[in-house]
Design a protein around this ligand. Sequence first.
Ligand SMILES: Nc1ncnc2c1ncn2[C@@H]1O[C@H](COP(=O)(O)OP(=O)(O)OP(=O)(O)O)[C@@H](O)[C@H]1O
Length: 594
Amino acid sequence: MDFQSKKLINDPNDVVTEFIEGLIENYPGLQYLDGFPEVKVVLRADVSGAKYDKVAIISGGGSGHEPAHAGFVGEGMLTAAICGDVFASPNVDSILAGIRAVTGPMGCLLIVKNYTGDRLNFGLAAEQAKSEGYKVEMVIVGDDCALPPPRGIAGRRGLAGTLLVHKVAGAAAACGLPLADVAAEAKRASEMVGTMGVALSVCTSPGQVTSDRLGPGKMELGLGIHGEPGAAVADLQPVDVVVSHVLKEILSPETNYVPITRGSRVVLLINGLGATPLMELMIIAGKAVPELQLEHGLAVDRVYTGSFMTSLDMAGFSISVMKADQAILDRLDAPTKAPNWPVGAEGNRPPAKIPVPLPPSHSIKIEKTLSRPEKLSPQGHILETAIEAAATEVVNLRDNLNEWDNKVGDGDCGSTMFRGAVAILEDMKKYYPLNDPAETVNEIGASIGRVMGGTSGILYSIFCKAAYAKLKENAESVVTAIHWADALEAAIAAVSKYGGASAGYRTLLDALIPALSALKERLNAGDDPADAFIISAEAASAGAESTKHMQAQAGRSTYVPGDILASVPDPGAMAAAAWYRAAALAVKEKYNTA
Ligand SMILES: Nc1ncnc2c1ncn2[C@@H]1O[C@H](COP(=O)(O)OP(=O)(O)OP(=O)(O)O)[C@@H](O)[C@H]1O
């Protein structure tokens, strides 16, 4: 079904001029010609045509590919970018205006992506400029590798590989080379690069409805950058499979589009098409490099990843592979002030990984190796029962906690707690020294610290560390209920100190603080410890439930409106009450049956 997608625009007819105005606000090195709306030209602010003593590099085409082309204007890359309307070639007047604005005695090179409209408009503008006395050369880039060799006259389309040609030409021009040499370098670069794109969605032109041509679970292989259909539609595959396929197509010996053979050096450009997050693009880069090295026997000298030549809001990517030698690498590494050329990708690569630094040798403690005792003491048995019950309860509560956290947080409280509980259950079997309560609590903290993450992960690590320190103060081998209560008090104090929350802030402390008060009160009154633990657990549950009526003053819930908060309790408090109660019931049961 086609649909109207939401856009942050005003009049669809003004998107290109408004884009240019915004761009210029950002970069003092850029200007635009005052010829809106017909003439849409972005140029270097430090270049004034008649006096410019280097070859001017001019490119452009339809808009909708931002940051291309205007984002690549700057010393060392393009001198001017001519912007057409969205996906429409710029008109001859606009191109001529750009040529006149930046071309000095050294002449200009027009770098044109291979589309009929662009060839014709840039071609006529070049002829007109020549007739006005300008030296003009034109290089046409057709780097598309998706389609079989064309039978007609259209030729291969120009795609993101064009940017590498811009960079090579821009660096050559910056060195002061004459026009013929700059054009020759650009032409050579254009013959070295191949590109293929994959789309997961179709883009929306401003003011138009989005076509749902692809449908769910499908991807389009070998598309152009204007939303035109791709060469083939296929079921969406894991990205590793897609990347392998794309690289094979680019490097196919049958089409022989790029002169790359085993042993060649290459550079790689991973380009997002507008709606693909950097995370996914980096996953693609991380797959493409070893694939090129191991499957195709190539040395990958540079990798450039980002959204460089987009197709409005299309989800997908293209890969460009360019054969590189030292001369090309020098051009690619040369400095540029173009705002969107990726920084930090130049130079040779040190090893990808280095070892994690160890603490200075004087502070390394000899770690004792821990193991689960072969025979548990009565206290060890009770501790094991309590831990197992508490962790199992958290495991079972995962979905409920996530559901509550979905309403008042980011929906992961249950999953976070679940990870910790599963690790505790597994680690306890292997190495918790259960006959030593203090060390066991410390190990629970270690399990949590290793796997849990999230706010509750670090809070429970702090909780355990403080409890451990308090329990360690006790020299006696048996830990009494009073010792446990003191440990709980120290743990709560530490969570409150570092997390900044106190009673009534709608956090897990609203379960634990009432639990501590009740526990101390009952123990001081002389209650049986197991009974005191049960009463304390009831206080924890009541405290957790009462969070429904609290305004949040800590954690993500702070940002949630009061009426939503009133519909659910704080998930962290519910989790705390649940594990605490499960432990209390298990201890009570153990005493009853002992
Ligand atoms: N400052 C705090 N002190 C004590 N408890 C807190 C504090 N902030 C949040 N919490 C508790 O943490 C629980 C949320 O834990 P969770 O691990 O889901 O955190 P999160 O907000 O999703 O953070 P993250 O983005 O790190 O995952 C809340 O329900 C609350 O009980």
